[in-house]
Design a protein around this ligand. Structure first.
Ligand code: HEC
Length: 150
């Protein structure tokens, strides 16, 4: 029975390890349990990280790598890093035209995701700095002239 249980907990650990690795998240072991450590950006831009997990992961993935041919990457994206304000506009109003990200074309529409400047700036500041991105930050004052089309 004891052996049986340890096989189960070992497979659980392996599963959690594989799961965390697939997100390339940092992990530590505490009391024999593997715990995912949020990266620096997740801690520093906590509000943006929460919005990202709630609204963006389904398409852009927790790893920020997107899905080839469907959803573009945000990690190391030349398109994102070239224009912070356009990214804020993208989450406020969506985007529905062909774009090229790191040399690959994407043409599925992205629906609007948030309805106010604060949330848009929070999530964009998170993605600008997550996964090794070094994209700087943007402020609400810099985006207030974007018309929110709703
Ligand atoms: C339903 C899927 C979906 C969701 C949810 C989604 N996106 Fe997108 N995103 C897309 C698609 C598709 C494109 C390409 C749009 C186009 O071609 O006009 C895109 C493009 C982008 C781009 C510009 C291209 C790039 O890769 O740099 C940014 C920035 C972006 N999304 C950020 C976000 C953020 C932040 C969220 C959450 C607040 C989000 N997206 C939620 C599908 C999605």
């Amino acid at each position: 029975m004891k052996k049986h249980l340890s096989v189960i907990s070992l497979s659980m650990l392996l599963f959690i390890a594989a799961f965390s690795y697939s997100f390339k998240a940092k992990t530590v072991t505490v009391n024999n349990k593997i715990v995912v450590v949020p990266d620096d950006a997740a801690t520093k831009y906590a509000k943006g990280f929460e919005i990202y997990k709630a609204k963006c992961v389904a398409c852009h993935q927790l790893s920020g790598e997107g899905v080839p041919s469907a959803f573009p990457p945000l990690k190391n994206s030349d398109y994102l890093l070239a224009d912070k304000k356009r990214a804020v506009q993208q989450v406020l109003n969506g985007s529905n035209h062909e774009i090229t990200v790191n040399g690959a074309k994407y043409s599925i529409a992205m629906p609007a995701q948030v309805d106010n400047y604060e949330d848009a700036v929070a999530v964009i500041n998170y993605v600008l700095n997550a996964w090794g991105n070094n994209g700087g930050t943007i402020t609400v004052d810099e985006v207030k002239d974007i018309e929110i089309k709703r």
